[in-house]
Design a protein around this ligand. Sequence first.
Ligand code: FES
Length: 106
Amino acid sequence: DVVGIVQNAACGDVLQLYVNVEDGRIARAQFRTFGCAPAIAASSMLTEMIKGATLQQLHELKKEAVADALGGLSPMKMHCSVLAVDAVKAVLRNYADQTEIPNETT
Ligand code: FES
Protein backbone atom coordinates (compact mmCIF):
# COMPACT_ATOMS: atom_id res chain seq x y z
CA ASP A 1 0.00 0.00 0.00
CA VAL A 2 2.80 2.41 0.91
CA VAL A 3 6.49 2.69 0.13
CA GLY A 4 9.13 4.68 1.96
CA ILE A 5 12.52 5.10 0.32
CA VAL A 6 15.39 6.77 2.14
CA GLN A 7 19.12 7.17 1.59
CA ASN A 8 21.90 8.11 3.96
CA ALA A 9 23.69 10.99 2.27
CA ALA A 10 27.01 10.17 3.93
CA CYS A 11 27.38 6.46 3.16
CA GLY A 12 24.91 6.12 0.30
CA ASP A 13 23.02 3.18 1.80
CA VAL A 14 19.39 2.93 0.64
CA LEU A 15 16.40 1.36 2.38
CA GLN A 16 13.11 0.73 0.61
CA LEU A 17 10.30 -0.13 3.04
CA TYR A 18 7.03 -1.56 1.75
CA VAL A 19 4.00 -1.91 4.02
CA ASN A 20 0.38 -2.96 3.84
CA VAL A 21 -1.98 -1.14 6.20
CA GLU A 22 -5.20 -2.72 7.43
CA ASP A 23 -7.50 -1.14 10.02
CA GLY A 24 -4.79 1.34 11.00
CA ARG A 25 -2.17 -1.33 11.64
CA ILE A 26 0.78 -2.63 9.69
CA ALA A 27 -0.42 -5.94 8.29
CA ARG A 28 2.72 -6.70 6.32
CA ALA A 29 6.17 -5.17 6.00
CA GLN A 30 9.00 -5.95 3.61
CA PHE A 31 12.26 -4.26 2.76
CA ARG A 32 14.98 -4.02 0.18
CA THR A 33 18.23 -2.58 1.44
CA PHE A 34 21.37 -1.72 -0.46
CA GLY A 35 24.09 -1.20 2.09
CA CYS A 36 26.09 -2.49 5.00
CA ALA A 37 25.27 -5.56 7.11
CA PRO A 38 23.99 -3.48 10.07
CA ALA A 39 21.67 -1.57 7.73
CA ILE A 40 20.29 -4.85 6.39
CA ALA A 41 19.94 -6.23 9.93
CA ALA A 42 18.21 -3.04 11.09
CA SER A 43 15.87 -3.20 8.10
CA SER A 44 14.98 -6.82 8.82
CA MET A 45 14.46 -6.14 12.53
CA LEU A 46 12.36 -3.11 11.66
CA THR A 47 9.94 -5.19 9.59
CA GLU A 48 9.54 -7.60 12.52
CA MET A 49 9.05 -4.76 14.99
CA ILE A 50 6.39 -2.91 13.02
CA LYS A 51 4.20 -5.87 12.06
CA GLY A 52 0.92 -5.36 13.88
CA ALA A 53 1.92 -1.90 15.07
CA THR A 54 -0.52 0.99 14.90
CA LEU A 55 0.35 4.09 12.93
CA GLN A 56 0.66 5.93 16.26
CA GLN A 57 3.24 3.38 17.42
CA LEU A 58 5.17 4.01 14.20
CA HIS A 59 5.29 7.71 15.00
CA GLU A 60 6.85 6.84 18.37
CA LEU A 61 9.51 4.43 17.05
CA LYS A 62 13.06 5.47 18.00
CA LYS A 63 16.42 4.45 16.57
CA GLU A 64 17.45 3.22 20.02
CA ALA A 65 14.61 0.69 19.99
CA VAL A 66 15.82 -0.75 16.68
CA ALA A 67 19.43 -0.82 17.89
CA ASP A 68 18.42 -2.42 21.22
CA ALA A 69 16.38 -5.09 19.40
CA LEU A 70 19.55 -5.97 17.49
CA GLY A 71 21.48 -6.32 20.73
CA GLY A 72 23.16 -2.97 20.23
CA LEU A 73 25.07 -1.19 17.48
CA SER A 74 28.49 0.39 17.68
CA PRO A 75 28.53 4.21 17.70
CA MET A 76 29.89 4.19 14.14
CA LYS A 77 26.93 2.05 12.99
CA MET A 78 24.18 3.79 14.95
CA HIS A 79 23.19 5.70 11.81
CA CYS A 80 22.13 2.39 10.28
CA SER A 81 19.22 2.32 12.75
CA VAL A 82 18.49 5.96 11.85
CA LEU A 83 18.01 4.80 8.26
CA ALA A 84 15.34 2.35 9.48
CA VAL A 85 13.48 5.01 11.44
CA ASP A 86 13.77 7.45 8.54
CA ALA A 87 12.13 4.84 6.29
CA VAL A 88 9.22 4.59 8.74
CA LYS A 89 8.87 8.39 8.67
CA ALA A 90 8.85 8.29 4.87
CA VAL A 91 6.11 5.63 4.95
CA LEU A 92 4.05 7.74 7.36
CA ARG A 93 4.48 10.85 5.18
CA ASN A 94 3.52 8.96 2.03
CA TYR A 95 0.60 7.25 3.74
CA ALA A 96 -0.66 10.61 4.97
CA ASP A 97 -0.32 12.03 1.45
CA GLN A 98 -2.22 9.07 -0.02
CA THR A 99 -5.00 9.12 2.54
CA GLU A 100 -4.97 12.82 3.41
CA ILE A 101 -4.61 11.91 7.09
CA PRO A 102 -2.73 14.63 9.02
CA ASN A 103 0.93 13.67 9.37
CA GLU A 104 2.19 13.97 12.94
CA THR A 105 5.88 13.70 11.99
CA THR A 106 6.06 17.08 10.27
FE1 FES B 1 25.48 3.62 6.29
FE2 FES B 1 25.19 1.32 7.43
S1 FES B 1 27.06 2.22 6.81
S2 FES B 1 23.62 2.67 6.84
